[in-house]
Write a protein that binds this ligand. Structure first.
Ligand code: ATP
Length: 364
């Protein structure tokens, strides 16, 4: 039986607290599901600077290359020493280095939490490697330059290859959801770049005749989401638009602090909560670990699909169900109005996993 190798990079701020909480639940879940796993702790952020002289070393990237998947904590890169601020931040570097082209960001209301839109249940497929992200849209050098102190030029890069693969990922997801894809762009103004994005997505859509396709300009889409997010299912868009829209949908679903994501290509995936390192609450054992836990659920699902391993798919369901049961029994952290600590929340989820009758033996 395969042993899955899972990397864990705790990172900065609340990173250690939330990844420790997540680890407790992950280990018992995989044990219960009969999945063999080994965990590789890797330094990132201040831990990397301290131990290896850099926030993300080549040795860490080499180790990640030997992993089946990994869990990335948050980084506080704005606080790094000046020389590291010139480099890509750890998350951007990992997306770029491993070509994790697809950033999948679901937005769904959790039970017992307040949400601005009750029936929201959508997922954003954000292209993760090019667009207007000037620190990663070039083979070498930066995609922006300053002509004079008063003139700056920043480029957007759009390629058929990158658009095709994110569009396929979105349409495949739609096939197992509500068979509906919405393309978000600004092709009326950015006629070439955004126009290519729109046209290539439509072309890819022709391979999925069962899927209904519509498209909106990014500005109109922001308004539609506030008004009627429940009408959308799979949204595909370029890097920057996806970043902005997913903050909006995360907040519409309840709290950005709960929003999960994975970054994936065909062979590797990285779980990453949408929130940052929250240095203001570091070390207080009050951070909410649900974002990283749900990201880990997505990672298990992704791994389960990739390896066609029912045990992993069961593990994902078990972990999700146990988080939900804990929230339903009113054990939640302060940001959701409760009094649980990070560690006591994790302990409660662990108990839910242990007592679950979802017997997961018998898949061979
Ligand atoms: P970044 O630029 O890295 O995304 P940020 O400063 O914009 O970071 P966060 O670090 O996410 O944003 O913090 C924003 C606010 O949300 C802070 O007040 C922080 O304490 C709170 N917050 C973020 N994550 C959590 C969490 N998991 N649990 C509780 N509160 C959180």
């Amino acid at each position: 039986m395969k042993t899955y190798r899972i990397g864990v990079l705790p990172g900065d701020g609340i990173g250690k607290e939330i990844t420790d909480a997540n680890q407790l639940v992950l280990e018992v879940t995989l044990e219960k599901a009969g999945v063999l796993a080994e965990y590789v702790h890797l330094p990132m952020g201040f831990e990397g600077i301290e131990k290896e002289g850099t926030p993300l070393s080549q040795a860490t990237k080499d180790q990640l290359d030997t992993c089946d998947a990994w869990i990335l904590g948050p980084h506080d890169s704005v606080s790094y020493p000046e020389k590291f601020k010139q480099e890509r931040n750890p998350s951007g570097e990992l997306r770029h280095y491993f070509d994790l082209f697809s950033n999948v960001r679901p937005a769904k209301k959790m039970p017992k939490t307040k949400s601005l839109i009750e029936d929201i249940d959508l997922v954003i497929y954000r292209e993760n490697t090019e667009g207007y992200y000037v620190d990663r849209n070039m083979y070498a050098g930066l995609g922006e330059f300053q002509v004079t102190p008063d003139v700056a030029v920043s480029t957007g890069v759009f390629t058929r290859k990158a658009i095709e693969r994110i569009a396929h990922a979105a349409f495949k997801a739609a096939m197992v959801r509500k068979k509906k894809v919405t393309i978000v762009h600004k092709a009326n103004v950015i006629r070439l770049g955004s126009g290519l994005f729109l046209n290539v997505c439509k072309e890819v859509g022709e391979n999925y005749p069962e899927v209904t396709v519509d498209d909106y300009h990014i500005d109109a889409m922001a308004a539609h989401l506030v008004r009627r997010a429940g009408d959308f299912d799979v949204i595909v868009t370029e890097n920057m638009f996806g970043d902005i829209l997913s903050d909006l949908t995360g907040e519409l679903a309840g709290s950005l602090g709960l929003a999960p994501s994975i970054n994936a290509n065909e062979t590797q995936a990285m779980a990453q909560a949408a929130h940052g390192s929250a240095p203001d609450i570091e070390g207080k054992d009050i951070a909410n670990p649900i974002g990283i836990m749900h990201s880990t659920v997505m990672l298990l699902e992704w791994l389960g699909n990739k390896h066609d391993d029912e045990r992993l798919k069961d593990a994902a369901k078990l972990m999700e169900k146990s988080i939900e049961a804990t929230v339903l029994s009113d054990i939640v952290t302060g940001d959701l109005g409760g009094s649980a600590s990070t560690s006591s929340f994790a302990k409660a989820v662990e108990n839910e996993v242990r007592k679950s009758e979802q017997a997961i033996i018998g898949h061979n």
